[in-house]
Design a protein around this ligand. Structure first.
Ligand SMILES: [Mg+2]
Ligand SMILES: [Zn+2]
Length: 182
């Protein structure tokens, strides 16, 4: 039996995007994220974070610091009755990174590599899954991976919806999991 996933971008969806958030002091949960995860969980969706973290490749923070922040985040989830959420991240950048991180990789969104890796690890049926992102490259990655529900959360709701997204919202609280995937 395959699982359905709720793929979440991190910066701008789980936490407020303050730019290269690599430490606890800068990590502020977005309003509604706990409720959103629980809502999808009740419908059988496994939450998984997929995130570009070129701050690592650029040398702004280390993989160890990032892992520490992920642990802290998951403790806050647990306090809110949410099981630890797996985090898949791309530390690379094709032009602005140092040493081994300077790679034109297949895991930096809009490439779908992180989604495929997570799908393999957790036996995910991508054709039953959901992606929520604040950047079109999140939804482009999802489209490439064959994910049918591609939700764009953007303050400046576009009158012309991009082909990569299937639904558009101005905030997480507008998203009604049951209505969406029923
Ligand atoms: Mg983002
Ligand atoms: Zn990568």
């Amino acid at each position: 039996m395959l699982n359905k996933a709720l793929f979440l971008d991190r910066d701008g969806i789980v936490n407020v995007d303050k730019g290269y958030v690599g430490k606890i002091a800068d990590f502020e949960f977005v309003n509604g994220i706990f409720q959103l995860i629980k809502g999808f969980r009740r419908l059988g969706f496994l939450p998984i974070i997929v995130t570009n973290q070129s701050g690592i490749g650029r040398g702004y923070f280390s993989e160890e610091a990032f892992a520490h922040l992920c642990d802290w985040m998951n403790k806050r989830f647990e306090e809110n009755d949410i099981a630890p959420v797996p985090v898949y991240f791309c530390p690379h950048h094709p032009t602005e990174a140092i040493a081994e991180y300077l790679v034109d990789c297949g895991c930096r969104k809009p490439q779908p590599g992180l989604l495929f890796q997570a799908a393999e690890d957790f036996s995910i049926d991508l054709s039953q899954s959901v992606m929520i992102g604040d950047s079109l490259r999140d939804l482009e990655a999802a489209a490439s991976a064959g994910i049918p529900f591609r939700l764009w959360v953007t303050e400046n709701k576009q009158s012309q919806i991009a082909s990569s997204c299937t639904h558009c919202f101005t905030s997480l609280s507008e998203i009604e999991p049951l209505t969406l995937v029923a």
